[in-house]
Design a protein around this ligand. Sequence first.
Ligand SMILES: [Zn+2]
Length: 412
Amino acid sequence: MKSRFWKLLPTVVLVAVAVLALPFVPGQSVSPRNVQAETPGNSIAAMELAERQYRHALRMNPLCEETYAKLLEVAGDRPIPKDSLAYRAARELLSRRFLEYETRRFIVLSDAEPRWSRSQAEHLERSHHQFMRFTNRLGLRPLPLQHKLVCVLFERESDYRAFAAEQDGIHDPWIVGYYSPRHDRVVFFRTADESGREVPENISIATTVHEAIHQLHFHTRVKSVNVQYPLWICEGIATAFETDEPGHAFGPDHEFIPRRTRFSTLLAADELLPLRELVVLTVMNGASSEQVSAMYHQSYALVVWLNRFRRDGLRDYLNAMLIEPPGHVTEKRQLEIFEQAFGDVDALERRWLDHEQRNLAALGQEDHEAARRALTAWTPSCLCARGTGTFDNHEGRQRLVIGNLNNRSCAH
Ligand SMILES: [Zn+2]
């Protein structure tokens, strides 16, 4: 079947003229000669030019519906190129034994077992599918990808550790996968060194999905790369997508039991952070493992509840962050943006926790048993919460909270 991209080519003149009409687009790079394209090659070039101009316009005005609709017209259904700076950088670092597995939206470079590599690529595609479903339901404006997103897979843990340390500055031994914003790639491995066994499938899948969601946030511009977001929204959304059943629907509409049960335990023990403090946290330098862990589970539960009962507020919050001036956002301003979207933070906390307390009281003995078992299971989280405080290091690091590949005790 002919793709929409090709069907749209004849309309390229109109599209390019529309771009010229945008008041905030620098017009010098588009001349009337550009839009009088007659050959397919010229038409494609004009489409690409139009796309660049629309993207530029959306950087200036991220919430412009009209420009967003036009961008979708020219780029929403076109083939996504493999080439990118991130791809070339990864390709240069990896030997020829790393094979390439391409899906519609991802390019995976892997020296790992082929079937596992292909299944990882499928998990990434599923993450994209579920993420788009969530953003569209919320009424956000996710941008089409400009190029395929890069994933690197290692068969052996030692190769992964060496790469993570040398190339991405990640040295922590319990990180089993991460997203590097600086080099724009997600990285995972299949086989643990000490045991020689594969990373347990549930850990591997949840980690992959979690990191892919971080990567997708930036590439779809649901989050701006220029603004410092608080941890609750970054990790709340990423954890809300975690799943160990990627063949089924997942995301904030679907509970992930390890997160839910650990949140319930914190709630029952009255160990939650006050919401007023949680919503302004951007780093947790010096925090204990328990505090970091609590932040993840609490952020998970908050995002799930907001998605269910304050969906408009969640959309407004994410849109408001998009138009914040670049850089650090003060705690005062973080709270202002939060309250503009959701109302008084203390009143919201009371409503939210009333709801959660009723759920907790309704739990039966079986549920408590399930919760107890889940506490011996695992839940992933990122290192960003205890990052160095530099803006680059806030995203995309992964750790196991309870248990790990070799049954060693973890910090939690
Ligand atoms: Zn994360």
